[in-house]
Design a protein. Structure first.
Length: 311
């Protein structure tokens, strides 16, 4: 979008920490989409996330991933109908001729509410009724109700980060973001805003090994992970992060190689050294499970020797 402001703004980032309560902070849901700085012709610059809601109303990155870089008009039309996107706005950085980067966060929030209503009105050239607001594609960040888990429109909550974090856990959400009420907008800086991701843990069998790279050249690189589900082994990707030097040295002696892939549909595994008999297990921490079964950001927490798990 064209704008009277020529300077491109870099998004403010987050560091990671565990969830906490603090009355000097506001808390928002961590959205699972694509970060977007939007420039409007009237000089308004917004910060938010483009998301595609899934059947449960929560953002689903798998849906928006299919829309990225698509240029074919017919395919775009199908995706718009089948996977409608929303621009969830959580900050305003510029209003007309005025930069808001040095304004406290809560001042920007107040300006944002008024500005979004005006943008919806200007975009549609009609009164901003709830129906028209819905058609505008603009949203203020929403999160599930803390009691029912149902999606409810909210801008933010103050002080009670743990309540929001637990609500996100119940609906399998991404996590939360904590922001000091008086914080300025610091471009490309991750020292002030704090994200608390929701991590998951599960046990997987070691079904193969890959060759190491860089510091592990010629040694164990990653473990091919599988789980016995509905009478068959299901592939869940690879994990090498979290392996200690001790396990890099000893795991190859614990594993039994096999020429037969344990999975009914043999996956393409990069740098595969060998398939293994799935009798050694590992406890894995991961962020999300993709639709194709692969784990996002898996990390090995511990190794469970043969006979240590009943699957």
């Amino acid at each position: 979008m064209a704008t009277t402001t020529t300077t491109m703004i870099k998004p403010m980032l987050c560091k990671e920490a565990t969830a906490f309560d603090d009355m000097n902070y506001i808390y928002e849901v961590k959205l699972n989409g694509v970060r977007c700085i939007a420039y409007y012709p009237n000089g308004v610059i917004l910060d938010g996330e483009i998301v595609c809601p899934g059947p449960d109303g929560l953002p689903d990155f798998n849906l928006i991933q299919h829309r990225i870089h698509v240029q074919d008009a017919a395919k775009i039309a199908r995706l718009v109908a089948n996977s409608p996107a929303q621009y969830n706005v959580f900050d305003i950085l510029h209003d007309g001729e005025e930069s808001l980067l040095r304004r406290p966060l809560m001042e920007r929030k107040n300006i944002l509410t008024t500005t979004l209503q005006k943008l919806a009105y200007d975009q549609l050239h009609e009164g901003c009724t709830p129906e028209l607001w819905s058609r505008s594609g603009l949203r203020i960040t929403a999160f599930p109700d803390v009691e029912t888990g149902a999606p409810v429109e909210h801008v933010w909550i103050s002080g009670h980060g743990l309540v929001l974090y637990r609500a996100q856990e119940r609906v399998n959400g991404e996590g939360i973001v904590a922001k000091p009420m008086n914080s300025h907008y610091l471009q490309d800086n991750r020292s002030v805003w704090i994200k608390s991701k929701i991590w998951h843990e599960d046990v997987f069998a070691v079904c193969g090994v890959t060759e190491g790279k860089n510091g592990r050249t010629g040694r164990l690189g990653a473990l091919v992970l599988g789980k016995f589900e509905d009478g068959k082994w299901v592939y869940h990707g690879e994990a090498g992060s979290g392996l200690s030097e001790y396990h890099v040295m000893t795991l190859p002696k614990m594993l039994k190689g096999t020429r037969v892939c344990p999975f009914p549909d043999e996956p393409k595994v990069k740098d595969l050294v060998a398939w293994t008999i799935p009798e050694v297990y590992v406890e894995v921490q991961y962020f999300k499970l993709q639709d194709n079964g692969r784990l996002i950001h898996p990390s090995i927490k511990r190794v469970i020797p043969r006979g240590g798990v009943n699957e």
